[in-house]
Ligand binder design. Structure first.
Ligand SMILES: *[C@@H]1O[C@H](CO)[C@@H](O)[C@H](O)[C@H]1NC(C)=O
Ligand SMILES: *[C@@H]1O[C@H](CO)[C@@H](O)[C@H](O)[C@H]1NC(C)=O
Ligand SMILES: *[C@@H]1O[C@H](CO)[C@@H](O)[C@H](O)[C@H]1NC(C)=O
Ligand SMILES: *[C@@H]1O[C@H](CO)[C@@H](O)[C@H](O)[C@H]1NC(C)=O
Length: 662
């Protein structure tokens, strides 16, 4: 159990050697004073031990698009060739609504004729599913390499119109990085839509459609998009600012970077919502597109995690106080490692207000010359309006020409604390959701839900052990240190997690994969069977009531509950653990294994014989202490008696097994 999964990378690229050398440093020093570099999940829960979960499996596969509407308690699911409306309270409830929407046989034939893969590509994969207005949803599917979109009447859950051309809104390729938002009847998407086209950030409607620029400066280079968010920065803005849409992606780096072995960088880009494009320059192009590099590094090991796999935005009371979490990996897909970095939006905004980069002698350098007024790339504010500039179309040509050539900021966005919140080797996290939970001590704890897959792409799976497919890790930030409470196996048949949404109101996580959707409660306190187990878990949701471990939120009266998130030791009476009694005689000359299974991967075993401590590592002792029990080799007469096994966790010793002679 526990940390049994180790990675054995097969380095075939010389480039990897440098990195491997660095990683081996990490292996050698698993604990640094500031960042635990390989946090072990406290407990491992296999799929048969999942409590309170619900499953949905329709007739399709690839449940890759989820839309949660908390107030209506509905979870809309987009799969391959079908859409479902499920009860978010319990997704297993029957009488679900379904829309079958597969590609026509004719379209599938054309797709096959184009040489596409008939197992994956020549189907209708739902890629976009969002609320359009009070009565309708909007959906786009790949439709066997000929994307289509349509409106859905949410109430009767059926198409309300004919299909619309989806070519400019939805990628052809079901696996291509893609993100999009529908806000106030306007559609914003980002992807590399067609096979040969350049990646693009678009406003698809209303008219005029807007795009990114390709010449003389390419604004995007082989970008793989992972997420987007709208921040309503116009609300209470003292300068009459506009709302903005932020896009998150990884792209090929254009600028010189300090780590020559890496070719990609993680980015955040933003556009202003009421951008109308320019009049002559930047016609039908964004006038407000800016992008910046996002850094997620372990500085003392010069380890730079440059591939952004997923983001989660925790919206604050206002845009300034919003926080976003990024899941990062390494460029080499056969080395598994993940880092979670946490960023403040106020830091992102500062970078966009800072210096620009510019191409000089075909190299990107910080631009130190004069910047035209009003500041290029900014939204239209009161300052603009006071100068008679009411929309982006009124912007002067010199400002737009500058914006066209300066999409990249010189400063980088660094994470809060200048280091990852969590680094984990030998695991590929691919999805993240974040929740804030108040605990008994009055603190509000940040709980991360992290979904795993063996690989973020399709490259080589050789070095990857399939055991990481489809696990959910629950982790809590305790004073800047991450504690992984548990790892949960979500599916019997291992498969990567394809989608994930969280509902704080319904206290559930919804996870989509190839074979179905699973709804997992945010906590399952009844899994902790003793006071020690409940308290050692340091699970902010759970407290011991004297008899059982309960969800704190379920109790109005909390004064009798025990919980110790900060240290995980206080509150349990001596011997309130569950002790397993066994009768077992140790006969002279026998080899005997006395079992002692520890529930926690963080616990170590301690043994006594007739109350005296046993030293298992002393070769002459005749004992071996392992993770599964105590081995007595060639027992002698003085080795008979009463054996006790204690689980030592957080420096507290708890009796778990007691062996007495017949
Ligand atoms: C869809 O699921 C199948 C297996 O059921 C898998 O082979 C394929 O890669 C998945 N497609 C996508 C786009 O994830
Ligand atoms: C896909 O192609 C393979 C081999 O060409 C063929 O055996 C199989 O029947 C096809 N599957 C479908 C669903 O068309
Ligand atoms: C929502 O949009 C649909 C499709 O354009 C339209 O038919 C419907 O009347 C709209 N509903 C509302 C409440 O505006
Ligand atoms: C901007 O709006 C103001 C007030 O409505 C108007 O007086 C002015 O002419 C407008 N400027 C342009 C360039 O359209």
């Amino acid at each position: 159990m526990g940390n049994r999964r180790s990675v054995q990378p097969l380095p075939f690229l010389p480039l990897l050697l440098l990195l491997l050398a660095r990683l081996s440093q990490l292996w050698a020093f698993p604990f640094s004073p500031s960042l635990d570099l390989d946090v072990t999940p406290r407990t491992t829960v296999f799929s048969k031990g999942l409590l309170g979960s619900a499953r949905f499996t329709g007739s399709s596969q690839n449940y890759s698009t989820l839309l949660l509407e908390e107030e209506a308690r509905l979870l809309y699911v987009g799969g391959r060739g079908a859409l479902y409306a499920l009860s978010a309270s319990n997704i297993a409830t029957p009488a679900n609504l379904t829309i079958d929407w597969d590609a026509s046989p004719e379209q599938r034939k054309q797709c096959l004729n184009k040489g596409r893969d008939n197992q994956t590509e020549c189907y209708n994969h739902i890629r976009f599913l969002q609320r359009y207005n009070g009565t309708h949803l909007y959906v786009c599917g790949t439709n066997a390499f000929r994307p289509l979109c349509a409106y859905i009447d949410a109430e009767r859950f059926g198409f309300s119109s004919g299909f619309e051309e989806g070519r400019d809104r939805c990628p052809y390729d079901p696996a291509k990085g893609y993100t999009g938002l529908l806000v106030d009847g306007e559609m914003f998407t980002a992807s590399q839509y067609e096979f040969r086209s350049s990646p693009d950030v678009r406003r698809n409607f209303p008219f005029p459609t807007l795009r990114t620029e390709e010449a003389p400066t390419r604004w995007l280079l082989e970008a793989e998009f992972v997420g987007s968010v709208l921040l309503r920065e116009s609300i209470n803005s003292s300068v009459g600012d506009d709302d903005k849409i932020y896009f998150f992606f990884t792209e090929r780096s254009q600028e010189q970077i300090a780590y020559p072995s890496q070719t990609k960088v993680s980015r955040v880009a933003r556009v202003c919502k009421t951008d109308w494009g320019g009049q002559r320059t930047l016609q039908r192009k964004w006038t407000s597109f800016l992008k910046a590099r996002m850094v997620c590094s372990v500085p003392e090991y010069e380890l730079h995690l440059n591939i952004l796999r997923s983001v989660f935005v925790l919206q604050g009371r206002d845009a300034q106080s919003s926080i976003f979490y990024g899941v990062f990996g390494l460029e080499w897909k056969n080395i598994k490692a993940s880092a979670i970095c946490q960023y403040a939006f106020s830091d992102v905004q500062k970078v966009f207000e800072g210096p620009y980069m510019e191409v000089q002698d075909s190299k990107w350098r910080e631009y130190t010359g004069k910047v035209p007024e009003p500041r290029p790339g900014s939204c239209i504010t009161d300052l603009h309006r006071s100068q008679g500039i009411n929309s982006s179309r009124d912007l002067p040509d010199n400002v737009l020409t500058f914006a066209r050539r300066h999409p990249l900021m010189a400063s980088q966005v660094h994470p809060i604390g200048v280091r990852p919140l969590l680094f984990k080797r030998s695991v590929n996290y691919v999805k993240i959701a974040v929740h804030k939970e108040p605990a008994l001590d009055g603190n509000i704890y940040t709980v991360l839900f992290l979904g795993t897959a063996y690989s973020s792409g399709s490259l080589d799976e050789v070095a990857s052990l399939p055991t990481d497919d489809g696990w959910l890790h629950r982790a809590v930030d305790i004073d800047g240190e991450m504690h992984i409470i548990e790892e949960l196996q979500l599916f019997d048949r291992l498969q990567p997690i394809e989608s994930m949404v969280i509902s704080s109101a319904l206290r559930s996580i919804y996870v989509g994969s190839r074979s179905g959707v699973v709804q997992v409660p945010m906590s399952a306190c009844q899994r902790y069977t003793s006071c020690y187990d409940c308290v050692f878990a340091r699970d902010p949701f759970c407290g011991w009531d004297g008899r059982v471990c309960v969800e704190i939120s379920s109790r109005a009266q909390r004064s009798n509950l025990t919980q110790d998130i900060l240290r995980g030791i206080r509150g349990c009476r001596e011997n309130s653990g569950n002790v397993v009694h066994r009768r077992r005689s140790v006969m002279s000359g026998d080899d005997v294994l006395l079992q002692c299974e520890l529930r926690s991967n963080l616990a170590t075993p301690r043994w006594t014989l007739n109350g005296k401590e046993l030293q298992g590592y002393d070769l002459g002792s005749g004992y071996r202490i392992g993770t599964d029990g105590l081995l007595i080799i060639g027992a002698r007469a003085q080795q008979s008696g009463s054996y006790r096994c204690f689980a030592v966790e957080n420096s507290v010793s708890v009796l778990v097994y007691l062996y007495t002679p017949h």
